[in-house]
Design a protein around this ligand. Sequence first.
Ligand code: PEP
Ligand code: MG
Length: 308
Amino acid sequence: RVAAAAPALTGPGRTSDGYEVKLLANVGSVKNVRAADEAHAEGIGLFRTELLFLDRAREPAHDEQVTAYREVFAAMAGRRVVIRTLDAGADKPLPFLNQDGEPNPALGVRGLRVARQRPAVLTTQLAAIAEARSLTGADVWVMAPMVSTPAEAAEFAAAVHDAGLPRAGVMIEVPAAALRAADLLRVVDFLSIGTNDLSQYTFAADRMCGDLADLLDPWQPALLQLIGVCGEAGRAAGKPVGVCGEAAADPALAPVLVGLGVTSLSMSPRAIPAVRASLAAHTGADCRRLAELAVAAPDAAEARKSVR
Ligand code: PEP
Ligand code: MG
């Protein structure tokens, strides 16, 4: 009997021909860091900071924020931590922002847009991130959620650099941002595609609505096409483009995303081993061919079938 090839259960993410794809973990606090380590995550690709702000009548003070960020950075010393500034509003309402009056919260003042009304919330958070970084050895990257235009990205990048932080990026969650990925990459260092919201806004389908699951399917060719626009822009600019939404956790989709130009995948830690094994079973050329098949498919079911 011939033994099957050992699956790649540990080590950095790479295709069978050695093309590197960083496998990162999504975390909400230091409590998730152990699971990230157990899955041999290469770092954190999405540190959601909302947890600290939930159920609070007031914004957490600078020192409390420093402590929470420092715990995660210290646990990841020497590795990449992509921390996301506060993503309040819509599915993540925060009492201290008093946003109750919005008729359509998913299209309202959420994510980076909160800084239009409350700029101090962002500057306080960036100062806390900078202080926590200076106390640890982590490679800290900072990104903003819900960015729509290059002007918003430029303003955010300036605020990040003013705080003394070296790397600024934006999430791609809005179709307008995906279409203008090349312009965004002129003003930021990296992009991270949030497929949960990018699906919601591309298909005009509430991400909380189970009846619309077919529209929110990450194999939808229109979603993949937008991811491809970002990947192509990243290749041209020589800058990283990651995926940190649920789509990154699908082992069958991982080679397709890599073929579209994605350079890192960030997911819940338990999904990492299967994604690592899937990448190790494909060459870079396989990934590009599968990406072409998936984007050319008429619908999500056909995309899945043609890739399988
Ligand atoms: C996303 O929108 O895909 C994402 C990663 O952010 P969140 O799920 O926190 O909105
Ligand atoms: Mg999102």
